[in-house]
Each structure stands twice: as structure tokens, then as C-alpha cells.
Design a protein around this ligand. Structure first.
Ligand SMILES: [Zn+2]
Length: 165
């Protein structure tokens, strides 16, 4: 998703947000550990993502590090505040969405309690098991590799054009 929408969404921020949100789980004193700070919700998660995006944008060393990593990875990249805020928000939303199918204690629509995605996955006509979700992740990873190859191709082509002009 990050690669597909990388024109609008900051890719490294999107990926980083997916990791940041699980800090909640690390600091939770016990079960249910996905409700400790309510970061695993669309509401609070979106706010946390937007704040993280803003902080990272204005933390110049981190922004420069992102640019260096993306150059190394041969992906065309330019940091923007809007891209980083969107990257932070959508990164956490994506994580919350997937976690909702996987963990019953996630409450995506908090302050509304309950987890309709988990209910759907486990009481619907077809039971969506953990194995299914893991398989879906592997399939998406294959697509990601193909998309990455396309991004590198575009980077190299662009570089070539720049060198000529
Ligand atoms: Zn999580």
C-alpha cells in the first residue's frame, strides 16, 4: 500500500508508524494489551500518527535519514509535511485494521467497544484464520517486491533523463 500510494503518502513514515503503534503493546502492564493507551484505534491511532508525522517532518536529522535511506533503496522520494502526516495516520490505520482481524482485544472504533472485524472473521460464513492472514501477508509481500522493482526502474530511468539534460 505504501509503495502504491507513495506519491501522496510518505513511504518511510508509513512503515515507521506501523512499528510505533506497537510501542503501546510493549508498555502495557498486561492483558488486554491492545487497549492500554487506545493507540490501536482509528481515532487515537490517527491522532498519534498525525503527531508522529509532524514531529518527524520537523526533526531534520530524521528527515535527512529518510532521504538517504530512500536514495540507497533507489526510490524517488521527497519529504513533505502533508505526506508525512498522511503516512503516519494511514500507517497506523492499516496496522489497526489488520490487527483487528488477528487480535480480539483490539477496539478499532473506540470509544465504541467491541471488535466487529474480529467478530466478522470468526463468526462469518467463512472463518478467517490466523493462517489465512499470514498467507495474505506473504502474497502482499510478493506484490510489494514487484512494485519495488518498478519503483527502482522508475528511479534509474529518471536519473538517466536527468543526466542527459
Ligand atoms: Zn499492533
Amino acid at each position: 500500500m505504501g509503495l502504491v500510494f507513495r506519491r501522496w503518502i510518505d513511504l518511510p513514515m508509513f512503515l515507521l508508524a506501523n512499528v510505533i503503534v506497537d510501542v503501546e503493546v510493549l508498555f502495557a502492564p498486561g492483558w488486554p494489551h491492545h487497549r492500554h493507551w487506545h493507540w490501536h484505534t482509528f481515532l487515537v491511532g490517527g491522532i498519534v500518527g498525525a503527531i508522529c508525522g509532524t514531529v518527524v517532518y520537523f526533526a531534520k536529522p530524521v528527515r535527512l535519514l529518510f532521504e538517504r535511506i530512500m536514495r540507497r533503496l533507489r526510490i524517488r522520494y521527497r519529504a513533505s509535511l502533508v505526506g508525512m502526516v498522511l503516512g503516519g495516520m494511514t500507517g497506523i490505520w492499516m496496522h489497526v485494521f489488520i490487527d483487528s482481524f488477528y487480535h480480539y482485544d483490539v477496539e478499532p472504533f473506540w470509544p465504541k467497544t467491541g471488535n466487529p472485524f474480529y467478530r466478522f472473521a470468526n463468526t462469518g460464513a467463512v472463518r478467517i484464520t490466523h493462517e489465512w492472514i499470514e498467507m495474505a501477508c506473504i502474497i502482499f509481500f510478493v506484490f510489494a517486491v514487484i512494485l519495488y522493482a518498478a519503483a527502482v526502474r522508475s528511479f534509474l530511468k529518471h536519473k538517466h533523463t536527468n543526466a542527459e539534460s
